[in-house]
Each structure stands twice: as C-alpha cells, then as structure tokens.
Design a protein. Structure first.
Length: 80
C-alpha cells in the first residue's frame, strides 16, 4: 500500500469515528464523492485534495524525519 492510500485510509477512518460518511467528508473538503472513491481505488490524489480532506477531520499533513535515533530520543526510549 502506498503512502497516499495509507493517508487516505487514516483520514477516512477518523471521519468515520467522527460520524462522517465518506460522501460528507468529500463534500466538506470541496470534492465530489466520486473523486474520493477514485482516489481510494487508484491510491493516488493531489496533495492539495489530501490536505483539504485532512483538515476536515482536524488533521494536518506534515513531514517528519525517518531517523530511528531521533524516534528513540523523542519517545524517551533511548536507554531502555
């Protein structure tokens, strides 16, 4: 599963927990339900659309370093 698909699934799952149907999620983000459905099937979506979907459910897309050492420092598990 690619990164876009993973992000979409996380956004959709959070929307579901907040009581939003996929159609409502799409509409609130200014997208059609068909666009969201196509993105789910293809695993591809414009970053701007993904950001709008995330914003609807209270999320923000961001990058973080993929450094195992930094993760240990941030979680306090460096010496455990």
């Amino acid at each position: 599963m690619n990164v876009t698909s993973q992000l979409l699934l996380q956004i959709i799952e959070l929307a579901k927990r907040k009581g939003l149907k996929q159609k409502d999620l799409a509409e609130r983000a200014g997208l059609s339900a068909e666009s969201l459905s196509r993105a789910k099937k293809s695993g591809d979506m414009n970053l701007s659309s993904l950001q709008r979907l995330a914003r609807v459910v209270g999320l923000k897309l961001c990058l973080s370093p993929d450094l195992p050492l930094m993760d240990k420092i941030n979680t306090g598990s460096m010496f455990s």
